[in-house]
Write a protein that binds this ligand. Sequence first.
Ligand code: G1P
Length: 289
Amino acid sequence: MISKAVIPAAGFGTRFLPITKTQPKEMLPIVDTPTIQYVVEEAVNSGVRDILIITALGKSAIENHFDRAFELEAHLHTQGREEQRLQVRNLASMANIHFIRQRELNGLGDAISYARWHVGDEAFLVLLGDTLVDSQVPCSRQLIDVYNRLKSPIIGVEEVPPQKVERYGIVGGEAVEPNTWRIEVMVEKPKAIEAPSNLAIGGRYILTPDIFDYIEKTARGVNNEVQLTDALQLMHKDRAVYAHKFEGVRHDIGNRLDYMRTSVKYAAKRKDIGTDFKAFLKEFVAELD
Ligand code: G1P
């Protein structure tokens, strides 16, 4: 059973400066909801309520977002805005959220190593704090179901076009069941011609606690950082590691254009503003040259 999740959210967010000088990129709103709230909701909707968020200096807005806000709640109560009060209240009770700070930003692998004492000897879910997946069944739930069958680490992957492979960790392997491969090679941010496939690591993983030993043995890689992909590459030499192509559309809010696309798509689907927003979009598009 998977009962714990880890959400790394410590990075500087340099692709989003200047806003990320003082605001965590994981707090960037999709309409009115911070990205990381969607990520926490995905874990909760997948049955995982014990969540460790790995933050860093300057990221306290994330902690505040999931805390009680008594004055705001009292104010909303006085105004009779019960629905909003409950919405705010629920943020502090939807999950059991813990925080730890990564002391130096030495990469994703290093960030995950801070979860060692929290997860103990259980397999755990990892959700990157800057990735959303819009799907029928929550993406994390899909991976947990595969883990429950195969009892080995599972990496969520998606197919990407060749020009995008160098942004991602890319896996290659042998198909073992529909949409599932036993991994034979993993490379972080390869050149298109060196990529073993077009299957990109999509920001969701089920890891087993032996990953921490492999992270310790992992030398610094791309960007002089300790890469989780490199630790998994070491791990798969000793035990089976699988990739599973999840159903759903992945949104990477870590870059400006995809962030804008995500905001527009989510706004168009909203019950409150969706209809008006789509009407505006049609007018706007018609005027574009
Ligand atoms: C990280 C991982 C990479 C993965 C990507 C997904 O890279 O290292 O393997 O494909 O997330 O978003 P980053 O985006 O932090 O550079």
